[in-house]
Design a protein around this ligand. Structure first.
Ligand SMILES: Nc1ncnc2c1ncn2[C@@H]1O[C@H](COP(=O)(O)OP(=O)(O)OP(=O)(O)O)[C@@H](O)[C@H]1O
Length: 416
């Protein structure tokens, strides 16, 4: 019986089969309606249906990180399970592993059980937060060159920082199990960062408030984490020499006639001819990104910059470590793993390493690591987990659910 593995993120869904190295399909976890039309598009249909994304009105199944709209989610899953994707014709013939945010309210968890066992009818199911699957991947020795550029032997104590779409969570694990009371949540994720960039750009340059996808693309392709925020700020004003070449970047906006996709260019590398084209009246519109490039990801370190009364990610890691038993506290900073899409920001790992170093005792080793594809780490862990005997031991079967109900599921699924 093949097991379907779904990393059901608030931003995107990754789906595939247990035992495979990578998810087969990744699609936005949303539905959308084209303005003034009634057709509902789901998942990857929203990517290709119209060129101009500002014509779409999106609806997401997740709100503040939690899955609250199953009707909407099923539209996306239906797409993922259809013949052109995973081709899950009859869920009764399969087991399901999927991810959910940690500490979901009981009502939401019970709805998820009903949908999976009663509505879809999967034979067995297990669900847990993505970080637990990332740790599984570490424990089974996924330190292969495919996953890391700097492989290390698996360690017993580990901190996982999952930087996703809705939030950043810090988890502490010991021997593969989460110390759940030591979980810390930071209300900053990719969605907030994109929204912040959207506001800054709309205030300073061009109204892009309806262009979430374009601004996300601009953020992913230009933003980085500054190693020294003040220095980079001075460099944008020409008062210091930039550490890594010119800071200014231009994100050329699509006009859907000549330019179909937004792209980045470095104005300092313009040839005279390109400069002339750039000044021409009919040149495509572009967004100029300077301090925004590093001020946006800086919110992960200083959420108070926009009034979020929370500590930055480095302090959150220290807070989580302080909630662990004393014998683990000196070793946890030596094994910090960054996962989730926002862990792709260049410079993040180095900056976090520096900040953590200054926050933990001198005798503690500090080592922060990022897999080569941090956004795929959880799915890959899930694929390993679902293909092995551990899945059978942890999963709840449909019979067990029918006989013992939600309480049984709660006991099993809270053990990660
Ligand atoms: N190369 C990149 N640089 C910076 N940010 C990125 C990059 N790639 C993806 N992201 C951001 O990561 C976020 C999505 O991360 P991820 O896919 O881990 O979240 P998710 O699984 O959909 O949601 P969650 O884990 O919160 O439920 C998005 O906001 C996206 O903009």
């Amino acid at each position: 019986m093949a097991t379907v593995v779904i990393d059901n993120g608030a931003g995107s869904v990754r789906g595939g089969w247990a035992g495979e190295p990578n998810p087969r399909h990744t699609m936005p976890n949303c539905t959308a309606k084209i303005k003034n039309q009634t057709v509902v598009l789901a998942g990857d249909e929203t990517v290709d249906a119209v060129r101009d994304k500002s014509q779409l009105v999106y609806q997401r199944p997740h709100d503040r990180g939690y899955l609250i709209n199953w009707e909407n989610e099923l539209e996306v899953w239906k797409r993922m399970f259809d013949a052109s994707h995973l081709n899950v014709q009859n869920p009764q013939d399969h087991a399901l592993l999927f991810t959910e945010p940690p500490f979901a309210p009981i009502m939401l968890a019970e709805t998820a059980n009903e949908v999976v066992f009663e509505e879809l009818g999967f034979t067995a199911c297990y669900r847990c937060p993505p970080a637990a699957l990332s740790v599984y991947l570490e424990q089974v020795g996924a330190n292969s060159a495919e996953v890391y550029s700097n492989a290390l032997p698996p360690a017993d104590a580990m901190v996982v920082v999952d930087m996703g779409f809705s939030f950043t969570h810090v988890f502490c694990f010991y021997k593969g199990r989460a110390l759940q009371h030591a979980t810390v949540r930071l209300n900053v994720g990719g969605k907030l960062l994109t929204n912040y960039l959207k506001e800054v750009l709309s205030y300073r340059q061009l109204n892009v408030m309806d262009e979430f996808d374009l601004v996300t693309q601009a953020m992913e392709s230009t933003c980085y984490v500054a190693q020294d925020f003040k220095h980079d700020m001075l460099a944008t004003r020409g008062l210091a020499s930039p550490a890594h070449g010119p800071i200014v970047r231009e994100f050329v906006l699509p006009d859907y006639k000549n330019v179909l996709q937004g792209y980045v260019r470095d104005p300092s590398e313009f040839t005279p001819e390109q400069r002339r084209e750039h000044m021409a009246e009919d040149a495509p519109q572009s967004l100029r990104l300077e301090s925004e490039r590093f001020a946006v990801p800086e919110l992960l370190f200083k959420p108070s910059d926009i009034g979020i009364k929370q500590a930055g990610v480095a302090e959150c890691i220290v807070q989580a470590i302080h909630k662990c038993p004393p014998f683990l506290q000196p070793v946890l900073p030596g094994n910090v793993l960054l996962t989730g899409g926002c862990a792709n920001f260049p410079g993040l790992q180095e900056r976090l390493q520096e900040e953590l170093r200054s926050l933990v005792p001198w005798y503690a080793t500090v080592r922060v690591r990022t897999p080569l594809a941090p956004h795929l780490h959880a799915w890959r862990g899930g694929s390993h987990f679902a293909a092995g005997p551990d899945f059978t031991a942890f999963a709840v079967t449909r019979e067990e659910y029918n006989e013992q109900g939600h309480r049984f599921c709660r006991e099993r699924f809270s053990d990660w």
